[in-house]
Design a protein around this ligand. Structure first.
Ligand code: ADP
Ligand code: MG
Length: 290
């Protein structure tokens, strides 16, 4: 039977908006030596804004219309930003066919019988889309900390979209407290290195890994598990494999359903600091049990 201290701890956690799925996760949390954070939607607000738009041949509205038409089928935070911008400009969206999301890369669909790609520069290189002059524009914007997405139709680049996403106000506080507790903090993201390093420096994590695919996040965690016990905090579809690999998976409750399903602990009130509360309650409950 569940020890009374754990039942009390779970109640205490619930009051702070933390849902403990399993007793094991709860007990495991006090032993964690490494905590891995996703970037978008975890250390950042996850509400990116479209800040810059550069069309190569067509008008800006045409570029945005093509991108938004494809993103209607995506659950990614960037997709919302694209659609909001298209809506604000009153752009009508053509229907799409054969939508496919490529995690950590972008999306692909058929639009008026033409193949459209929306995604990052790594994706475009893998798909052998000729980049020309736009590559240096992408790098310049990435150096500014932007997340940059390219749009192509029938293998020709139409232009780029650049996004910014604010770091959560309590992200630095949360990381500082964990470091004071002797925990190693790691940032893992599918985004470009410059944008990820900017967030990493701002919040003060010990380690930063960029450009990762979902499976790569999980295998980095597997490596870290040779040195200790690892918790992962994430919110996206792209985080679910890593959440399952970690000793303790923690999902932001406003994240994707698949991330929530993969997690042991769910933060319901969108407070990143709840990670600190969960750890304290876990430690405290265990002490009472002895
Ligand atoms: P993170 O690990 O920071 O949460 P993701 O793995 O979700 O990031 O995404 C990594 C990158 O993949 C994004 O920064 C973007 O370049 C690209 N990407 C993913 N999904 C989409 C999408 N729906 N539209 C455009 N780009 C996308
Ligand atoms: Mg995320």
């Amino acid at each position: 039977s569940a020890p009374l201290a754990i039942v009390r701890g779970a109640g205490e956690a619930a009051e702070r908006g933390i849902l403990m799925r399993t007793g094991e996760a709860f007990q495991g949390l006090r032993l964690v030596t490494h905590i891995v954070f996703d970037k978008t939607g975890t250390l950042t607000e996850g509400k990116p804004d479209l800040l810059e738009l550069e069309a190569v041949s067509d008008t800006e509205d045409e570029l945005l219309g093509v991108a938004a038409a494809v993103e209607t089928a995506s659950e990614h935070p960037l997709a919302k930003a694209v659609m909001t911008a298209a809506l604000e400009r009153g752009i009508g969206l053509p229907p799409l066919d054969h939508f496919e999301a490529v995690p950590g890369r972008g999306v692909r669909a058929t639009l008026k019988n033409q193949m459209v790609l929306v995604g990052n520069i790594v994706f475009f290189k893998e798909q052998a889309v000729p980049l020309g002059d736009i590559e240096s524009r992408v790098r310049t914007l990435e150096e500014k900390g932007r997340t940059v997405v390219l749009v192509a139709r029938e293998n020709a680049v139409l232009g780029l979209l650049a996004f910014g996403d604010a770091v959560r106000p309590n992200a630095k506080y949360t990381i500082d407290r964990l470091r004071q507790a002797g925990i190693r903090t790691i940032l893992m993201s599918g985004d470009n290195r410059a944008a990820v390093e900017r967030v990493g420096n701002e919040v003060g994590v010990d380690e930063v890994h960029a450009g990762l695919l979902p499976q790569e996040k999980a295998s980095l965690i597997r490596t870290m598990q040779q040195a200790g016990s690892v918790a992962m905090v994430g919110d996206g579809i792209n985080d679910s494999v890593a959440l399952m690999q970690a000793n303790v998976g923690i999902a932001m409750g406003n994240g994707a359903d698949i991330a929530i399903d993969a997690a042991d602990i769910i933060i319901l009130n969108n407070r990143l600091e709840a990670v600190l509360d969960a750890r304290e309650i876990s430690r405290w409950s265990y002490r009472k049990m002895l």
